[in-house]
Design a protein around this ligand. Structure first.
Ligand code: HEM
Length: 527
């Protein structure tokens, strides 16, 4: 880019002179132009009108989910291996080859249901979205802290999110809405078990795990594919909050996790995570009692070991939150050569949703913004639209040809050499049907039994408190799901609800409006 001449600096020897967006020096930024110093104002107040109208447009719509978040920049360093095997055995993705190679990246952590400034102490999954600027273009791994999800079919996602958010008529948040939906969604039993355990409120973003949740594929140089799941493990350790701890933090600070991440990086304490993968041959796997593509299930570690593949370090804070974090756009479709989609139905539904919402939320040219643009040359014919910020000097060698194929120049397709395609074959009828092996309760029971005693106590306490305010039909349905997972689990939740309901009954006093009566002083009205 041509260096910008600072004419203002030349005029008054100052490099920090305030200008308008047109580059005009601003000589008065305190007073609007008026007829006499008491007004009225004039319409040709160009500087004021530009300033206020830009302010009126300062916010883009917040994300429909994961609106509250923060992020940082850093790098991924590959080990060049997946466990003891060279990683090339499974994938030709260059981001994983060549031990020690570093790839720049950015990460955005988030909560899910709350809006942009909601408390970061919510009992809610945490988003863990990573964008790697690889030598083959961008790779996004859009995950959560927990390793599984509430539902396994993308069709249900909008209903699920509606149920998790506030009442559409009153805008009052109400846990009954979530349990109403979940009580009719047995596959959510496993995720609810994690969410209401201490894992449901990570202490900070630095101390939480991450997971791709959905199943992807890795493709090697022969075009052979395996199923793959990704997991991030924090080197800082895993820390979670009890409900009481979260409540006491929330009373003083609704942005403690953003503050913690920012301040740690400013101090030079760079958080680090190790990346692991689990690998499975693609297929139906009749020997398993669940469908490997079902995202409500964990892949048992003893059968599908965690293979370390690299590490991530976050060592730079954003300089401008809006430009670098709020406008960041991640998607599950953003894969590089050597990766592919599995048949996981949720993953496929998600893949449409992300770029669709980003075209609306940020705009058609969201990929031109520095945080979203790949760090390799982009040679595309997809141009124009609002805010097309191309530098005309960067047009291709033949700026007349914006189509392909052409005999007159323009961009050419890349060669397939060294990139044999992975070609799964299908032979089945089109249908709208659930999967064969839902097994909604097996792993929920395993997870319940594998929690430590204090974690199980917390789980029962948290579920009982939330369910105590729900309709009896919802309570009964939830107790039935927990009983199916483990009899002890169902029995303890039932007892917990009864105790909690009694406590609520005993505490019931006349409805009181909070606060102390004020207003005895009659300001400006004499005494
Ligand atoms: C954000 C859709 C399931 C993780 C979003 C956004 C949408 C969306 C529309 C907002 C994106 C934006 O405005 O830039 C869906 C749909 C799902 C689904 C339709 C199911 C069919 C999941 C699952 C995970 C997940 C299973 C976890 C693996 C995230 C994360 C973000 C996000 C981390 C925030 C990304 C950021 O920081 O900008 N999702 N989602 N989502 N989703 Fe999902």
């Amino acid at each position: 880019m041509e260096e910008k001449k600072d004419f203002n600096a030349g005029q008054d020897e100052k490099r920090d002179t305030l200008t308008t967006r047109q580059g005009h020096p601003v000589t008065d930024n305190q007073n609007i132009r008026t007829i006499g110093n008491r007004g009225p104002a004039t319409l040709e107040n160009y500087h004021f009108i530009e300033k206020i109208s830009h302010f009126d447009r300062e916010e883009v719509p917040e994300r429909v989910v994961h609106a509250r978040g923060t992020g940082a920049f850093g790098y991924f360093e590959t080990y060049g291996k997946a466990g003891d095997e060279p990683v090339e055995k499974y994938t030709r993705a260059k981001v994983f080859s060549g031990a020690g190679k570093r790839t720049p990246l950015m990460v955005r952590f988030s909560t899910v249901a709350g809006s942009k400034d909601s408390p970061e102490t919510a009992r809610d999954p945490r988003g863990f979205a990573v964008k790697m600027y690889t030598e083959d273009g961008n790779w996004d791994l859009v995950g959560n802290n927990l390793k599984i999800f509430f539902i396994r079919d993308a069709m249900k996602f909008p209903d699920m999110i509606h149920a998790f958010k506030a009442d559409p008529a009153s805008n009052v948040p109400n846990p009954e809405r979530m349990f109403d939906f979940v009580s009719r969604t047995p596959e959510a039993t496993h995720m609810i078990t994690f969410l209401f355990s201490p894992y449901g409120i990570p202490a900070t973003y630095r101390h939480m795990q991450g997971s791709g949740v959905n199943t992807y594929k890795w493709v090697n140089e022969k075009g052979e594919a395996v199923l793959v799941k990704y997991h991030w493990e924090p080197k800082q350790g895993i820390r979670n909050l009890t409900q009481e701890e979260a409540d006491s933090i929330q009373a003083k600070n609704v942005g403690h996790a953003t503050q913690d991440l920012y301040e740690a990086i400013e101090r030079g304490e760079y958080p680090e995570w190790e990346l692991f993968v689990q690998i499975m041959e693609d297929g139906y796997h009749p020997e398993l009692d669940f469908d490997p593509l079902d995202d409500t299930k964990l892949w048992p570690e003893d059968q599908f070991p965690w293979l370390p593949v690299g590490r991530m370090v976050l060592d730079r804070n954003p300089v401008d939150f809006h430009a670098e974090i709020e406008q960041a756009a991640f998607g599950t479709g953003v894969l590089v050569d050597g990766m592919d989609f599995s048949d996981d139905k949720m993953l496929q539904g998600r893949t449409f949703s992300y770029s669709d919402t980003q075209r609306y939320r940020v705009g058609a040219n969201y990929l031109k913004l520095p945080v979203n643009a790949p760090k390799v040359p982009v040679r595309t014919n997809q141009h124009r639209g609002q805010m097309d910020i191309r530098d005309p000097k960067e047009s291709g060698e033949n700026p007349h040809i914006n189509y392909e194929p052409s005999m007159k120049g323009g961009y050419q397709e890349a060669s397939l050499e060294g990139r044999p395609q992975h070609r799964p074959t299908y032979n089945a009828s089109a249908m709208t049907e659930p999967i064969d092996r839902p097994n909604n309760y097996g792993q929920a029971g395993d997870t319940y039994r594998s929690l430590e005693d204090w974690e199980r106590d917390e789980l029962i306490k948290n579920l009982s408190s939330a369910l105590a305010v729900c309709d009896k039909r919802i309570q009964d349905a939830m107790i039935e799901h927990f009983t199916q997972a483990d009899e002890d689990y169902g029995r303890r939740v039932q007892e917990g609800i009864e105790i909690k309901m009694k406590e609520i009954e005993e505490m019931k006093t006349e409805d009181k409006v909070p606060g102390r009566e004020t207003g005895k002083t009659k300001f400006g009205q004499g005494s």
